[in-house]
Structure formats: C-alpha cells, structure tokens
Design a protein around this ligand. Structure first.
Ligand SMILES: [Mg+2]
Length: 225
C-alpha cells in the first residue's frame, strides 16, 4: 500500500495563525502568516522580540489547542481508506505529549500509533512527504521521492509540487497514485498489513514533472510572488 507521510504543524494544524495571534497580542504588532517570507521568523518580528518569538512554541497548551486547517480532517479520513497515513512531525520536547493528544482526539482513524516524532523525515519510509518546511521538502526530494509543499510564502523557493489546501492535495494524490487500493490504514491494521518499504521510489515516474506543468501545481523554480 502506498504510504503518505504527512507533516503536522502548518499542514494539518494551523500553527501559523495561532503563533501570530500570540505574538501580536504581546508585542502590539499586526504580523500575518503572509508576512513571513523565510523560515527565520525572527527577521519579521519587532527587534525587541527577536528570537523570543520561538519561546511561544514552549508554552503549555500551544499545540494542544491548535485548529485544524480547512478540510484537513475530512480529507485525511478519506485518504486513510486508500493509503497508509503516517503523521511525521518534528517536535520540541514540551510539545510531544500535546501532539499525541491532538492526534488521538482529532484523528482517531489514524491514531497515535501512526504518529512519528522525527527531525530527519528523509529517513522515514514512505512514498511521499507533505510538508511546509523548506529543509524537509528539499532533503526528502534528495532521496528520489516526491515532496509536496503546503504553499506558504516562506517555502516558495523550493522547486517541488505544491498545493494551496487539502482538497487540492487530495486530487493530486489520486492522480499520483491511482493504483493504490483500499484496505485502510488506521491504528489497528495500518503498518501491519504491508511492511514493505518504498524508499527511493518516486510517484509515477515522471508524473511529478508532468502533473506540475499540466495542472499548475508545480512551483517551477523560484518564488512566484
Ligand atoms: Mg510543518
């Protein structure tokens, strides 16, 4: 069964909006996710805040109460009937338990047993990675596999497939892996049904390039604005 590796922060959950809200309230600013143009957030906050922007990520409750991005849960539930879904998230130590609880509460059809805490996502077996972090997208592609970006200004320099939301991602997956049958993943039978590893296989040969050019889902190179 085709295995999809799905990032959590800013892909399943709306971390960006919550982070901006907390910063704006404390520092009397009007920062929005669209203002963040690179991975280095400290460049876009007030100088007196600087790297303290990252301290919000250690606040108790920060990750526990994040909202899902539009259509994330419903699309994940549909995809889980045809593909094996693994949630792969790098996590600060303080957030691990909260992410575990979030998946248990909101994604019971995937389950906490399919939650992987990892910084080196390029070392995890799976056919495709859906992520927002430039370094994860780039390192995963270097393994010869397919990376799909959740589109944000800060990752537009990465040349890979990209989508603006979950409904678009669902359509893309069905085109990339039309052969994948049913059977479902889930906490109880997912990994046990098919232990084969598909590392190094790119989805559908040249489909990455073809789909990107034909459907406008590819970023090409460089930032498009
Ligand atoms: Mg992320």
């Amino acid at each position: 069964m085709t295995t999809l590796l799905i990032d959590m922060d800013s892909v399943i959950v709306d971390l960006m909006s919550a982070w901006c809200r907390r910063y704006n309230a404390d520092w009397n600013d009007n920062l929005t996710p669209e203002d963040i143009l690179t991975w280095e957030w400290e460049k876009y906050v007030k100088p007196e805040c600087g790297r303290r922007i990252y301290q919000y990520l250690d606040e108790p409750g920060m990750f526990l109460h994040l909202e899902p991005l539009p259509h994330a849960i419903e699309v994940l539930e549909r995809l889980s009937n045809r593909y094996e879904i693994l949630i792969v998230t790098s996590s600060r130590r303080t957030a691990m338990a909260e992410k575990d609880a979030w998946v248990t509460r909101h994604l019971p059809f995937i389950g906490r047993k399919n939650l992987i805490l990892a910084h080196r996502k390029d070392r995890i077996c799976g056919d495709l990675l859906f992520d927002d972090a430039p370094h994860n997208l780039e390192s995963f592609q270097r393994t010869g596999r397919t990376a799909v970006a959740m589109d944000y200004p800060y990752n537009r320099q990465v040349a890979c497939l990209r989508v603006k939301g979950w409904l678009e991602f669902e359509q893309l997956i069905h085109r990339l892996f039309p052969e994948s049958g049913g059977g479902g993943g889930g906490e109880h039978d997912g990994a046990a049904q098919d232990s084969s590893c598909h590392c190094g296989r790119r989805a559908g040969g040249d489909q990455r390039r073809d789909l990107g050019e034909a459907d406008g889902t590819g970023s090409g190179g460089g930032r498009s604005g």
